[in-house]
Design a protein around this ligand. Structure first.
Ligand code: PRP
Ligand code: URA
Length: 213
């Protein structure tokens, strides 16, 4: 089942505008996506569980909290790498699993070329964060989510920057039941896809702009 949430934050809106602007050059595109990744990570990580721990401040003993989850970040290559820093830097104990998928430019069908997933202590309780700036037709995210579903994962947080209505509808159609739950975070749902499968108004090709290709 798909549960959808818009990330509402003034900085998210401002950074997104910088990313959309065609006059934003590669270097600034990279640093803006990087800054946004910290903001998105703080929203997405709000479902992490903590456990009570005993610590001592310089003055006395007190209780505190520590993260009590196995965490896996999954960037969808390539553009997902642009969101990795925030997720990994604010929680460096996270494992990173990569999924390699690109869209065939003619058919828009996802082409899988790489997947490496860690051995988890408990796949029912592990917290999985899949990151990809763009959900256009939804084909790439659906293919990546199916890889996790096939491995017995029950719950995933999917974090994006822009989503097309077509992609969101397709995600809902592919994952209708409660046996596999996906929480989607995005900053904006744009108008529609153009005939080449690009999001309008969008920000162009996220991977090409991030990597300068
Ligand atoms: C982009 C983007 C998503 C995908 C979204 O990747 O990063 O993975 O397109 O489109 P979809 O929802 O229609 O599948 P791309 O295929 O350009 O590969 P890249 O990241 O390697 O450039
Ligand atoms: N992938 C992108 O990078 N941009 C789009 O608009 C659609 C898919």
């Amino acid at each position: 089942m798909i549960d959808f949430a818009i990330v509402e934050h003034p900085l998210a809106s401002a950074y997104l505008t910088t990313l959309r602007d065609k006059n934003t050059k590669d270097r600034s595109f990279k640093s803006t996506l990087d800054k946004l990744s910290y903001l998105l990570a703080s929203f997405a990580y709000s479902n992490l569980r903590t456990k009570k721990i005993n610590i001592k401040t310089p003055l006395e003993a007190t209780k505190g909290e520590a993260i009590d989850d196995e965490v896996v970040i999954i960037p969808i290559l390539r553009a997902g790498l642009g969101l990795q820093n925030g997720f990994l830097n604010i929680y460096p104990d996270a494992m990173v699993s990569h999924v390699g998928i690109y869209r065939n430019e003619a058919t828009l069908e996802p082409v899988k070329y790489y997947f490496k997933f860690p051995k988890l202590k408990n796949k029912k309780t592990a917290k999985i964060y899949m990151i990809d700036p763009m959900i256009a037709t939804g084909g790439s995210s659906i293919a990546a989510l199916n890889l996790l579903k096939d491995r017995g994962i029950k719950e995933v947080t999917l974090v994006s920057i822009l989503t097309a209505p077509e992609g969101l509808d397709s995600l809902k159609k592919h994952f209708p039941d409660k046996s596999f739950n996906v929480k989607v975070y995005t900053i904006a749902i744009d108008r529609k896809l153009n005939t080449f499968g690009y999001i309008l108004p969008g920000l162009g090709d996220a991977g090409d702009r991030y990597f300068g290709t």
